[in-house]
Design a protein around this ligand. Structure first.
Ligand SMILES: Cc1cc2nc3c(=O)[nH]c(=O)nc-3n(C[C@H](O)[C@H](O)[C@H](O)COP(=O)(O)OP(=O)(O)OC[C@H]3O[C@@H](n4cnc5c(N)ncnc54)[C@H](O)[C@@H]3O)c2cc1C
Length: 430
């Protein structure tokens, strides 16, 4: 196989495959170097195997990082409309489900991987699997890739290696070394969209409960983030989409040694006054012949009722109608604010994404090209951009992959006065 290419992309994940397709559509000769035995392993795991690949709601509010506005020029070039068209053209019929989440109608993430690989094949994109890259060096007007399988050369390099989350899918942080060697800075990296661990012993009693509610995250007693939806209580803490959405802030708080707490509200739709009225009603008129535990039946799952009473220091067997206004008030407060001291997260291996990455101050958002190393590009989660749950991380992967692939291939064309001749500017292997 030839060892010289116009563009070498490191990583055959969501962003790398998109970059390869766009670059090859522009006429570039593309090689992807992948250290796993297959492409798109993380993509296969997305959306519980169904792949929530984008969302009808878009905008800066759905993205995090040191500079969330960095995503705007990228999404402007390849946003929701372009993503739906791109996939529809390849054969993915998009189905819009709850909350604007888009999935392939097949209901299978595998179909996303398959159509991307079919398009790569049609465009003669080469993919080298099980490739162990030792280092990547700048070399004249291009790059030399030192790998266990020998040398490869290219005019442009796109790093699309993902973050450090879900290591078994291939994104293991091994590319950090190449990035640092190029002189780039990385912002602090933490797991995000991940379960939170709490220290309260009552967690063991409510493990397994799923209840609608909201979560508010406090760092040093200041409310930083909140979300509403189905909370999943576990032996170690709290999971579910609302917990995922606030988890990046918790992880950064803990990294910087701050006090991190969450407050869980199991009646988020009611004001404090309305909740108190509801409880009073249940414990007075409707509480005839019931004890405190029985007065809560039908409101929350049974195990949760026990913990809420315990936290409110109310004996479960006390007659409901004998409970004082103060006791009912305290119970209402616990229902709307069950505190957990957060001690950690479930870690990178269980996180859906990595928050932090290549500092966006050092990347041109119009092209995804490095501002430090000409002809080097970045795409996807390797960059300091992380999205909320709901298809935003894949949207970022498609968008930044498209922009990097497009700009890298267009810059070769421009250098060659508009005629694309991939053989003229590449070195031969020695
Ligand atoms: C369980 C789970 C569910 C998710 N669900 C969703 C969802 O429904 N919607 C959503 O928007 N997002 C979801 N995500 C997040 C989303 O999958 C990622 O943000 C996205 O895949 C990132 O794309 P990427 O191309 O940047 O990185 P990746 O998809 O991680 O691809 C990086 C590739 O680079 C390769 N690589 C890494 N280092 C090297 C190296 N040194 N040499 C060679 N190759 C290397 C890896 O093997 C991998 O193939 C989920 C993530 C997980 C873990």
């Amino acid at each position: 196989m030839s060892r010289t290419f116009d563009i070498i992309i490191v990583g055959a994940g969501a962003s790398g495959l998109t970059a390869a397709i766009q670059a090859a559509r522009n006429g570039a000769e593309v090689l992807i170097l992948e250290h796993m035995d297959k492409a798109g392993k993380k993509l296969l795991a997305t959306g519980n195997g169904k792949c929530n690949f984008t969302n009808e709601k878009q905008g800066i509010a759905y993205y995090n990082g040191k500079n969330p506005a960095f995503v705007l020029p990228v999404l402007k070039q390849f946003g929701l409309r372009e993503t739906l068209d791109f996939f529809q053209e390849l054969g993915i019929y998009p189905r819009n489900k709850r909350g604007g989440y888009y999935y392939p109608a097949s209901g299978q993430a595998a179909s996303m991987v398959e159509i991307l690989l079919m398009e790569c094949k049609r465009l003669h994109v080469r993919i080298g699997y099980n490739v162990g890259i030792r280092k990547i060096c700048r070399d004249g007007n291009g790059f030399t890739f030192h790998t266990k399988q020998g040398f490869f050369y290219s005019q442009r390099c796109i790093l699309a290696t993902g973050g450090k989350s879900a290591r078994k899918t291939g994104s293991d942080g091994s590319s950090i070394q190449y990035i640092v060697d190029f002189g780039h800075k990385l912002t602090d990296i933490v797991p995000a969209l991940v379960q939170l661990h709490g220290k309260q012993s009552f967690l063991k009693e409510i493990a397994g409960i799923r209840a609608d509610g909201s979560i508010q995250l406090y760092i040093e007693n200041e409310k930083i983030a909140e979300d509403t939806g189905e909370l999943q209580l576990t032996e170690c803490g709290v999971s579910g989409i609302p917990a995922f959405q606030v988890s990046r802030h918790a992880a950064y708080g803990l990294l910087y040694g701050k006090q991190v707490r969450v407050s869980l509200n199991f009646l988020p739709e009611l004001s404090a006054k309305e909740a108190n009225e509801l409880l009073k009603q249940r414990f007075s008129v409707n509480g005839r012949g019931k004890n405190a535990a029985q007065a809560l039946i039908g409101l929350f799952p049974q195990k949760l009722n026990s913990v809420l009473l315990q936290e409110a220091r109310l004996l479960p067997e006390k007659a409901a109608q004998d409970c004082t206004q103060q006791e009912i008030q305290t119970l209402t407060e616990r229902i709307q604010s069950l505190w957990l001291d957060i001690t950690g997260t479930k870690g990178f291996d269980h996180a859906q994404v990595t928050a932090g990455g290549v500092d966006t101050c050092e990347i041109n958002p119009q092209t995804m090209e490095s501002l430090l190393v000409p002809r080097l590009y970045f795409a996807g989660e390797v960059v300091d951009v992380d999205g909320l749950c709901g298809g935003y991380n894949l949207q970022w992967a498609w968008s930044s992959g498209y922009v990097a692939g497009n700009a890298a291939s267009a810059s070769i064309r421009t250098n060659q006065g508009g005629n694309y001749d991939s053989n003229s500017a590449v070195k031969t292997a020695n």
